[in-house]
Design a protein around this ligand. Structure first.
Ligand code: ADP
Ligand code: MG
Length: 695
C-alpha cells in the first residue's frame, strides 16, 4: 500500500463503501489519513448503578440475554435488545435496523451466535430514557472483549467525522482504521530539532492519535501538533510572500507629509484628534515615507473616526503631487464620504469627484479626462472605480473602506491602476490582533481603540414584541428626534424579501405611524431615489426611515436617536453593532431596540451580548466565537479556507509559536533551501502562490 494508492485497494472495503467515501472527497490512502475528526465522544467507564440519563459512558458486563424482533406495525424495522449486567445492576441496549436484510434467518443466527449469554462486552453510548424499559443505551458501540480487557477498559474516545447524507461514521472509521497501517509511510516535514524545541509529537504518532486517541492527553498532544502545522505553513507562506514584496519593490511614491495642506485641514476641524487617531496617523505617515509601499489595515470601532485618519493620508499623498482613490462597498457610503470630504476639500482648494454605477455618462467622461490629466486629486466611489476606463495620471494612495466586503482580486485591480501605490484599508469589524495577522499575514495592523470624547452609551434592549418599541419611537419623534426601522433583508437581491419589506413599509406608514412622515430606503432603488430618501431624512422632512441594511455602514444623521431592528436574530452581532452605530451620533440620549423573533434561547442570549457591551472589539470576538470566522468575515479577503482543526481564538499561543518558528526558518533559509519536505508540504496545502503577492 502506498500513500497515493486508491482507497479501493484497502483491505475490507466494499465497493459501495468506497463510493460513499468518494462522496466525501476521499480517494487516496493519504486523503483518509488526513481526514480529521470534527469532534469526539468521550465515554467514561462507569458501573451500571451510576448511570444517569444523558451521560456518555462505557459499561463493561456480561450478556444476560439477546433477542431480535420486528414490531407488527412496522415490519421493515428490526429491533435488537441486549441485556447486560455487572455486579451493580443491569441495562438494556437497543439497536435499530431498517432493511429487509436484517429480517433474514442468516443474520439473526449470526447475532445469536455473537452475543451469547455469558459473553463479556464493552458497550459505549449515551444513556437515554426509554419508555418501555427505563434507562437504555440506544444504538451504542458494542465490542466483545476478554476478561483481561474487561479489567483494562477505562474511558474511551470515539472520533466523529465530518459526514454527508448517507455516509455513516462507522464507514469512515473502518476505512481510516485500515488506512492507519500506512501512517508509517508519512514523512514528517518538521525537522526533529524544531519538534523538540516546541514540544511537538511526531507526525505519524499524531495522525494515529488524532484518529484513535488512547486517552485525552494523547489526543491533546496530537491535536497540538496538527494545529501547529496548520498555523506554521500558513505563516510560512505569508512570511515568504512578504519577503518577496519587500525585496522586489521599493516605493516609487515619495511622500512628504510636511506641508500646509494637513495643517490647514487640522485647523478647520471643529474638534481635536483623539490620541488613538494621532497614533494611527503616525503609523501611516511612517509607512508612507518609508522605502516600501504601505500595506496597512486600520481597525476601529463604529464612530471611532476612521474617516479623518484616511483623509490625512489622502492629503499627504496629494500634497506630494499624487492622486488618491477611496473605494467604499455601497453607493450610500460612497456618497456620504464624498459629501463630507467635498466640504472639507472645498476650503482647502483640493479637487474631489464621486464615481458610482449611476454616475451619468457625461459626468463620467469628465471624470475620466480629469483623472488622466491629473487635474483631479481624489476620486471617491464604489466598485465603479475598477472599470477599465478609469485611468489615473499618478495614483499614489488607495484607501479601501470596509475592506472585508471586497475580494482579493478587486483590491488588486484597484492597485494595478497605479505604480506600487500605498494602500490603506479600514474596517469596523475589528478582530483580535493575532487573528488579523493570521488572516491578513501580509498587512500591518493599527487600531483606533478609543472613541472621541462625549460619546454616550446607546441604551440597548432586546424585545419580543414591537408595541413598546413603537411607543418609544412615537415619543422620540414628538420630541423632535428621528428613528430608523431596519428590516431583515439579508439578501438585497431576493425579490420576495423585497416585496415583504415594501409591504411592511406600507403597514408602518399607514397603520402604525400615519401621523408622521415615513421614508423608505433599500438597495434596489435607483441612486437618485436613494439620495432623495436619505436627504429628506437628513433634513428631517421624514421622521422615520424604514430601511434595509444599506444604512449599515457610515450613514450619519445626528438627530436620529432610535433604531429598531426587526428580526434582529437573523443578523450577526458585528452587523447589529454597526447598525446600532447609526444612533448616538448627536448629544441626545439614544436607543437601540432589538426585536427578537426566534424562540431559541441561544438567539436571545446572543442578542443580550449587545445589551451588555458596546465595545466593538469584544462584540466581534463574541461573534467570531459564536458563528465562526468563515461566516463573520466571509474569508473572501484572505483566500484561506477554514482550518481543519485550529481554532484561531483559542489556539492563540500556538499561533504565536508557529509564527515565531516560521520567521526563524525564513531568516536562516530565505528560500527554504534545505527544507524540501516543507516546500512539498506548502505545495500540498496550496500555499505556494508566492509571486501573486497581494500588493
Ligand atoms: P467611523 O470610524 O465609524 O468611520 P467616522 O469617521 O464616520 O467614524 O466618524 C464618526 C463621527 O465622529 C464623525 O461625525 C466625525 O466627524 C466625528 N469625529 C471623528 N474624530 C473625532 C474626534 N477626534 N472628536 C470628535 N469627533 C470626531
Ligand atoms: Mg466609516
Amino acid at each position: 500500500m502506498k500513500l497515493h494508492s486508491p482507497i479501493c485497494d484497502l483491505p475490507g472495503l466494499s465497493p459501495s463503501n468506497y463510493k460513499m467515501l468518494e462522496r466525501l472527497g476521499l480517494t487516496t490512502v493519504r486523503d483518509l489519513l488526513l481526514y480529521f475528526p470534527r469532534d469526539y465522544i468521550k465515554y467514561r467507564r462507569v458501573k451500571i448503578y451510576q448511570l444517569k440519563v444523558g451521560d456518555s459512558v462505557t459499561v463493561v458486563g456480561k450478556i444476560q440475554h439477546q433477542e431480535v424482533f420486528s414490531p407488527p406495525k412496522n415490519s421493515r424495522l428490526t429491533i435488537q435488545t441486549i441485556i447486560v449486567k455487572d455486579k451493580t445492576g443491569k441495562i438494556a441496549c437497543k439497536r435499530f435496523f431498517n432493511h429487509p436484510y436484517y429480517q433474514s434467518k442468516k443474520w439473526r443466527n449470526e447475532q445469536a451466535a455473537t452475543y451469547v449469554a455469558g459473553g463479556i462486552v464493552a458497550i459505549s453510548g449515551i444513556v437515554k430514557a426509554d419508555r418501555y424499559c427505563g434507562m437504555t443505551l440506544t444504538s451504542p458501540e458494542i465490542r466483545l472483549i476478554g476478561l483481561d480487557e474487561a479489567k483494562d477498559t477505562k474511558n474511551s474516545i470515539t472520533p466523529i467525522y465530518p459526514l454527508t447524507k448517507g455516509v455513516s461514521n462507522e464507514i469512515v472509521q473502518d476505512a481510516v482504521t485500515s488506512a492507519l497501517e500506512s501512517a508509517k509511510l508519512l514523512n514528517d516535514s518538521l525537522p526533529q530539532d524544531l519538534r523538540r524545541k516546541c514540544g511537538l509529537m511526531d507526525l505519524q504518532e499524531a495522525i494515529a492519535n488524532i484518529h484513535q486517541p488512547p486517552d485525552e492527553t494523547q489526543l491533546e498532544a496530537a491535536r497540538r501538533r496538527l494545529v501547529f502545522d496548520e498555523f506554521f505553513y500558513l505563516q510560512l507562506s505569508f512570511i515568504i510572500v512578504r519577503r518577496h514584496r519587500l525585496l522586489a519593490r521599493s516605493a516609487l511614491t515619495k511622500i512628504t507629509p510636511a506641508g500646509p495642506l494637513i495643517q490647514q485641514f487640522y485647523s478647520q476641524l471643529p474638534f481635536s484628534l483623539t490620541s488613538a487617531q494621532r497614533r494611527v496617523i503616525n503609523d501611516i505617515v511612517n509607512d508612507m515615507t518609508s522605502k516600501t509601499p504601505m500595506n496597512r489595515l486600520v481597525q476601529g470601532d463604529v464612530g471611532s473616526g476612521k474617516t479623518v485618519v484616511a483623509v490625512v493620508a489622502i492629503l499627504a499623498a496629494i500634497q506630494s503631487g499624487y492622486q488618491a482613490a477611496l473605494m467604499a462597498p455601497t453607493e450610500v457610503l460612497a456618497q456620504q464620504h464624498h459629501r463630507k470630504i467635498a466640504t472639507w476639500f472645498e476650503r482647502l482648494g483640493v479637487s474631489v469627484q464621486l464615481l458610482t454605477g449611476s454616475t451619468k455618462t457625461a459626468k463620467r467622461r469628465e471624470i475620466h479626462a480629469q483623472l488622466e490629466t491629473g487635474e483631479l486629486s481624489l476620486l471617491v466611489g464604489t466598485h465603479a472605480l475598477l472599470q477599465e476606463k478609469v485611468n489615473f495620471n499618478k495614483l499614489g494612495l488607495v484607501v479601501i473602506d470596509e475592506q472585508h466586503r471586497f475580494g482579493v482580486q478587486q483590491r488588486q485591480d484597484l492597485l494595478n491602476k497605479g505604480n506600487r501605490p500605498h494602500v490603506l484599508t479600514m474596517t469596523a469589524t475589528p478582530i483580535p490582533r493575532t487573528l488579523a495577522l493570521t488572516l491578513h499575514g501580509d498587512l500591518d495592523v493599527s487600531q483606533i481603540d478609543e472613541l472621541p470624547p462625549g460619546r454616550q452609551k446607546i441604551h440597548t434592549k432586546v424585545l419580543n414584541k414591537s408595541a413598546s418599541a413603537y411607543d418609544l419611537i412615537r415619543l422620540e419623534v414628538l420630541r423632535g428626534r428621528q428613528a430608523y426601522i431596519i428590516l431583515p433583508l439579508v439578501e438585497e437581491s431576493e425579490k420576495l424579501d423585497l416585496r415583504a419589506a415594501v409591504a411592511e413599509y406600507d403597514r408602518l406608514s399607514t397603520e402604525i405611524f400615519p401621523e408622521f412622515s415615513v421614508g423608505l430606503l433599500h438597495g434596489r432603488m435607483t441612486s437618485a431615489e436613494k439620495d432623495e430618501a436619505l436627504n429628506s431624512f437628513r433634513d428631517n422632512k421624514t421622521q422615520i426611515l424604514v430601511s434595509t441594511t444599506v444604512v449599515e455602514v457610515g450613514v450619519d444623521v445626528p438627530n436620529a436617536t432610535v433604531i429598531l431592528i426587526d428580526h434582529a436574530d437573523r443578523f450577526g452581532l458585528a452587523q447589529l453593532h454597526q447598525l446600532r452605530g447609526r444612533v448616538g451620533r448627536g448629544s441626545h440620549r439614544s436607543y437601540c431596540l432589538l426585536l427578537n423573533t426566534s424562540k431559541a434561547t441561544e438567539a436571545k442570549a446572543r442578542l443580550e451580548v449587545l445589551e451588555k457591551s458596546s465595545n466593538g472589539f469584544f462584540i466581534s470576538e463574541m461573534d467570531l466565537r459564536l458563528r465562526g470566522p468563515g461566516v463573520v468575515l466571509g474569508y473572501r479577503q484572505s483566500g484561506i479556507s477554514e482550518f481543519a482543526l485550529a481554532n484561531i481564538l483559542d489556539d492563540e499561543g500556538l499561533l504565536n509559536l508557529a509564527r515565531e518558528m516560521a520567521v526563524a526558518i525564513v531568516k536562516s533559509n530565505p528560500n527554504l533551501e534545505g527544507h524540501p519536505l516543507m516546500v512539498a508540504e506548502l505545495k500540498r496545502r496550496g500555499l505556494t502562490s508566492w509571486d501573486c503577492t497581494l500588493n
